[in-house]
Design a protein around this ligand. Structure first.
Ligand SMILES: CC(C)(COP(=O)(O)OP(=O)(O)OC[C@H]1O[C@@H](n2cnc3c(N)ncnc32)[C@H](O)[C@@H]1OP(=O)(O)O)[C@@H](O)C(=O)NCCC(=O)NCCS
Length: 190
C-alpha cells in the first residue's frame, strides 16, 4: 500500500541519495564530488528536515517498507539574494506583499511507480502545506527538454512565467501556481 507522510530525520540518507542522482537534470560532466562537497550537501539536505521554513513529503510502499517518492520545498523570498536569482524579472504583482513564496526543490518518483499520479499527489500536498506557511504562490522550474514535467505542472494549473538560462547555459522553464481566488491577479499567458 502507498502512503504519504511528512519526512523526518530518518529519511535523511534517502533524500541525500536521491538528490545526488540528478535524475531529470543535465549534468555537464562526471566529476566526482569531494568529501567536503558531500558533507556540505548532506547538511543542506538535513535542513529540509529540521528548519521551520523547509520540509519534505515522502510516499512509502508499506508492502516493502520503503520510500518510493519524495518532494522537497522551502519558503523563499522574492527579495532574497541567492547565488542566482531570476525572481526580480517576474511581475512583482504575482507575489504577496511580503514577497514570500514556496519553491519546490526536488521531486522524484521511483521508476517502477511512475505514471500513477504520485508526483501530482505530492505537488497537490504542497498546496495544503503552503497554506500552513501562509504563502499563496508556488514556484518550480525544470529543463526545457523535460516536456513531460512541464505537462505535469500545466495539468494542475501551473503557468509558465519565464524561459531561459538561470545559473548555467541550460534553458529552464519557470512555472508558478497562484493559490488565490483574487480575480485581480492576472496570470501571465506566454
Ligand atoms: C517527473 C516525475 C516526477 C513524474 O512522476 P509521476 O508520478 O510519474 O508523474 P504523474 O503520474 O503524476 O504524471 C502526471 C502527468 O504528467 C505527465 N507525465 C509524467 N511523466 C510523463 C512521462 N514520462 N511521459 C509523458 N508524460 C508524462 C502526464 O501528462 C501524466 O499524466 P498521465 O499519466 O495521466 O498521462 C518522474 O518521472 C521522475 O521522478 N523523474 C525523474 C526526476 C525528475 O525529472 N524530476 C523532476 C525534475 S524538475
Amino acid at each position: 500500500m502507498l502512503q504519504m507522510r511528512r519526512a523526518n530525520i530518518i529519511d535523511h540518507e534517502f533524500l541525500v541519495r536521491i538528490d545526488l542522482k540528478n535524475d531529470g537534470y543535465t549534468v555537464s560532466d562526471e566529476v566526482e564530488i569531494t568529501e567536503q562537497e558531500r558533507e556540505e550537501h548532506s547538511k543542506k539536505i538535513e535542513r529540509f528536515l529540521t528548519d521551520s521554513d523547509k520540509g519534505a513529503f515522502i510516499i512509502d510502499d508499506s508492502d516493502f517498507n520503503k520510500p518510493i517518492a519524495m518532494i522537497m520545498y522551502s519558503i523563499a523570498n522574492r527579495d532574497s539574494v541567492y547565488p542566482w536569482t531570476i525572481f526580480h524579472e517576474l511581475d512583482e504583482k504575482l507575489f504577496q506583499s511580503d514577497g514570500r513564496f514556496m519553491e519546490i526543490f526536488q521531486l522524484w518518483v521511483h521508476p517502477n511507480y511512475r505514471r500513477l499520479g504520485l508526483a501530482t499527489k505530492l505537488k497537490l500536498k504542497l498546496e495544503e502545506e503552503s497554506q500552513h506557511h501562509q504563502v499563496d504562490l508556488i514556484y518550480t522550474h525544470t529543463e526545457e527538454a523535460n516536456r513531460h514535467v512541464i505537462e505535469l505542472n500545466e495539468k494542475i494549473g501551473y503557468k509558465e512565467v519565464r524561459r531561459g538560462p538561470i545559473w548555467d547555459e541550460v534553458i529552464r522553464v519557470s512555472l508558478i501556481k497562484k493559490l488565490t481566488d483574487d480575480a485581480s491577479v492576472v496570470m501571465p499567458v506566454l
